[in-house]
Design a binder for this molecule. Structure first.
Ligand SMILES: Cc1ncc(C[n+]2csc(CCOP(=O)(O)OP(=O)(O)O)c2C)c(N)n1
Length: 422
């Protein structure tokens, strides 16, 4: 049979070059291009990528919190809308306090989330609590939405004994098994292939959970991002890639980060469903993430690029005035604050007013300062706990290091502030 069909094929090819062309077209299209159908063309043209239309920016509201198309209103209940506002403003106030406290030398490091509050709260609210989150480091609001306590934020930033990580991580490298939030890794983009691996595991175990992985425009230039996109698309993983495009990777502006259509422009090339949205519009972020979650739960991976602006310095180790003007930052603050935008929406609904704003500001500031002061008083975990928790059983090389440290401290202990450890 096989011999005969081969003969037939050869005969067909000899008989008709048109059939041969068709055969090649089908092979190229169905086998090499997978899901795409290509055609032959006799027009010699090297495609100029700049001629592709850029992804539009999906928005729901204006900067004054007004719906452009009322059908895009997800109709939050008053309770949910107020929780959103409370979380965004709590995050903002916490950032101010912790940023200042680093400047006073009370904690070693901090990263603010200024200007990205709608990205965090809008996306987190659209996910299910059991969905697994992989963050980059500038997503504290996602954890806040999930109920990570203020005290834990403070304990983690102090690295004291009440910190669930017992001070083993740098400040803002949060993690919480209880909140399905994988501990942050400092090396950029490690979280992306890991997230796809978790998503693939969820697909195989049929749990219905999905993964949402956050990353910045800078992180998207790492090779690991490419690996993650490609694995997710080819293995059809239940994952949402949430890019916070905030214009900068430390001092590198996006104009130097990529030459194509941002991060969204990469999506179709990998076979990812893709949307670009206004990251300062909580409603747009929520709607986009909600839709993406639906697709992801059917094993269709989605890339979201949320356009925003990094309102603060990259971190407390950075001075952004060295590479961007004060006027640029002020322009963003004056024209597009995600918090103000959402507040305008609440006010128009009759759910918020100036007095409530004033009372809330003072209440939340007091709460945060109390948690902060309490955390400052807590001692660090006992020194030998430095060697525990990472491995189920302490391996021999760590045991040896522990012995060396104990001997060293016996001899030179008075040179160290040992009274600050439990
Ligand atoms: C592999 C690696 N390279 C470099 C760094 C140093 N680094 C830390 S954050 C950062 C910029 C990341 O920018 P982006 O992904 O856009 O996120 P953003 O800080 O703007 O939120 C860089 C280069 C790092 N942590 N890891």
């Amino acid at each position: 049979m096989a011999f005969r069909s081969n003969l037939n094929r050869i005969a067909t090819r000899l008989y008709s070059s048109k059939a041969a062309d068709e055969f090649r077209l089908i092979e190229f299209s169905e086998k090499y291009l997978g899901y795409r159908k290509a055609r032959f063309t006799e027009k010699l043209e090297i495609v100029d990528s700049n001629k592709f239309e850029a992804f539009p920016i999906y928005r729901a509201t204006t900067t004054d919190g007004e719906f452009v198309d009322p059908s895009q209103d997800p109709n939050f209940s008053k309770d949910i809308a107020l929780k959103m506002y409370h979380d965004m403003t709590t995050l903002n106030t916490m950032d101010k306090i912790l940023y200042d406290s680093q400047r006073q030398g009370r904690i070693s490091f901090y990263m603010t989330n200024f200007g990205e509050e709608a990205n965090h709260i809008g996306s987190a609210a659209a996910l299910e609590p059991e969905d697994l989150i992989y963050g980059q480091y500038r997503e504290a609001g996602v954890l806040m939405w999930r109920g990570f306590p203020l005290e834990q934020f403070m304990n983690q930033c102090y690295g004291n004994s009440k910190d669930w990580g017992k001070g083993k991580q740098m400040p803002v490298h949060y993690g919480s098994e209880k909140h399905n939030f994988v501990t942050i890794s400092s090396p950029l983009t490690t979280q992306m292939p890991q997230a796809v691996g978790s998503a693939y595991a969820f697909k195989r175990d049929g749990s219905g959970r999905i993964v949402c992985v956050y990353f910045g425009d800078g992180a998207a230039s790492e090779g690991d991002a490419h690996a993650a996109f490609n694995f997710a698309a080819t293995l059809k993983c239940p994952v949402i890639f949430f890019c916070r495009n905030n214009g900068y990777a430390i001092s590198t502006p996006t104009t130097e980060q990529y030459a194509g259509d941002g991060i969204a422009g990469k999506g179709p090339g990998y076979g990812l469903h893709t949307i670009r949205c206004d990251g300062n519009d909580l409603f747009a972020v929520y709607n986009a993430t909600k839709e993406a979650r639906k697709l992801a739960s059917q094993n269709i991976p989605v890339l979201i690029e949320a356009m925003t602006y990094r309102g603060g310095h990259h971190s407390t180790s950075d001075d952004a005035t060295a590479y961007r003007s004060k006027e640029e930052v002020e322009k963003w603050q004056a024209n597009d604050s995600p918090i103000y935008r959402f507040r305008r929406y609440l006010e128009k609904k009759g759910w918020w007013n100036d007095e409530e704003e004033k009372a809330w500001n003072s209440e939340i500031r007091k709460k945060i300062l109390k948690a902060f002061n309490d955390a400052e008083k807590v001692k660090f975990a006992p020194i030998d706990e430095l060697f525990t928790d990472v491995y189920a059983e302490v391996p021999p090389h760590l045991k040896r290091q522990n012995e060396e440290l104990t001997a060293h401290l016996k001899k030179y202990g008075k040179e160290y502030p040992l009274d600050r450890f439990e």
